[in-house]
Design a protein around this ligand. Structure first.
Ligand code: DGL
Length: 266
């Protein structure tokens, strides 16, 4: 028996950055509906303790489930690396996470030198330690904390002079180590790709995990009989717990029709 499930895909992030993942998901599955939570009131997660991050993830998941989500996508590396096990142990719905794309970068690096730009919370997590130990044992892994980037992106700052200066500084050790892959280990950072491309040598490839997460979400929905059979475009509700939806609207633009933006408390 084939089933059809028109309930929305629930997606959350510590703020607006996970919209980079939302874009991949909605492009890959345009007939699915979504609800996106930007927990910007509590951003950044990266400087919080694992216990605090787990509590925030649980709050977001509870809210998405109360709105009828059929699957939860944790569109935040910091939340995934600190709380995915806890979420999977707590809830019955499928939970999809995002992790820095260390494995493909390591597999393809010819220079045997890759860089990762991520939050402190991700770089300090056990899951990240395990992944890097497993895949980068025979190469240089240059870890740089993107200190200050998330709050700036939350304010819609993705190309100021201050941002350029900060990124130039962060990229210095990467360029010195002759990396050929830069892994973006935070879902906010894909919005910085245009600037990073100007700063890094043209030979450096920049990778993030957005498309991989969208593909994994699709595969899990399929395998669980949770895909919609609709043949009209989905509806998308983007919620923030700030008073203004400005940055959310700025970053999402008109990527998908039927998209609404609203401030809510959660
Ligand atoms: N988008 C989140 C991530 O992928 C940002 C984390 C934070 O809020 O510090 O890690």
């Amino acid at each position: 028996m084939t089933m059809s499930d028109s309930r929305p895909i629930g997606i959350f992030d510590s703020g607006v950055g996970g919209t980079s993942i939302w874009k991949e998901i909605t492009s890959l599955m345009p007939y699915e509906s979504t609800i996106y939570l930007a927990d910007s009131l509590h951003a950044p997660y990266g400087s919080k303790s694992p216990e605090e991050i787990r509590a925030l993830c649980q709050k977001n998941t509870d809210y998405l489930l109360s709105l009828g989500a059929k699957i939860i996508v944790v569109a935040c590396n910091t939340a995934t690396t600190n709380a995915i096990g806890h979420l999977r142990a707590t809830y019955e719905v499928p939970i999809i996470g995002i992790e820095p794309a260390i494995k493909p970068a390591a597999a393809q690096s010819e220079n045997k030198a890759i860089g990762i730009l991520a939050t402190k919370g991700t770089l300090n997590s056990q899951l990240f330690a395990d992944t890097s130990e497993r895949f980068t044992r025979d190469m240089d892994l240059i870890e740089v904390e993107g200190k200050g980037l998330v709050p700036m992106i939350e304010n819609g700052d993705i190309h100021s002079e201050k941002m350029v200066a900060l990124l130039r500084d962060f990229m210095k050790p990467m360029i010195a180590a002759k990396i050929d892959y830069l892994v973006l280990g935070c879902s906010h950072y894909p919005y910085l790709i245009p600037l990073l491309k100007k700063i890094l040598p043209a030979s450096v490839k920049i990778i993030d995990s957005g498309l991989a997460v969208a593909r994994q979400t699709k595969a899990v929905l399929q395998a669980s009989g949770l895909r919609t059979k609709a043949t009209t475009l989905g509806e998308h509700h983007m919620y923030t717990n700030l008073e203004t939806t400005t940055t959310l609207e700025l970053l999402v633009g008109n990527h998908m029709p039927n998209t609404s933006f609203e401030s809510k408390s959660f």
